[in-house]
Design a protein around this ligand. Sequence first.
Ligand code: GRF
Length: 199
Amino acid sequence: MNFAVLASGNGSNLQAIINAVKAGKIKGHLVLVVSDRENAFALKRARKAKVPTAFVDPKQFSDRESFDRAVVEKLRQSSVDFVALAGFMRILSSYFINAYRDKILNIHPALLPAFKGSHAIKDALEYGVKVTGLTVHFVDEQVDHGVIILQEAVPIHPTDTLEKLEKTMHSVEHKLYPKAIDLFARGKLEIRGRMVRLR
Ligand code: GRF
């Protein structure tokens, strides 16, 4: 299966995915990295790994759907079968979701449905929960809502700072996300309602 990664920022998850593909731990072909930010470090990582890249400039489009149409066109040109969002800071339109229904994965740094949104690690720390974690899920029309594929818990210690917790969370997600992507790429995930079963 061919897949693409969409990323807006640093791309540490992208790097983990690139490494896992190279090591044969993801049985899929990473054929494209797309970003909505021209200077995203994720694009540099992709170029370094010789993965084709595309920058799609949101400023060139009047609304979310026309931007998404341009991205989907690029995915189709590269024969992309499924998509992994990795720090992609845009909400997908239903056009995009319908084009790749049940074929878009995302990683969220909290145990969903707790701490949705873009400051999940900070929110969990400030709330005082003793356990947070990572969630890999399918993307549907609602933000941080789709069917859950894998979750892993991360304990929060009283001495944790935001920086320390972020570091721990990243090290966990860099293992969990490639694992979920590999399961999908090998056709091991079966969706039944809100449940995902391993085949
Ligand atoms: C990660 O924390 C991920 O869980 C969230 O966005 C962040 C992206 O980080 N969805 P990076 O760009 O992969 O380093």
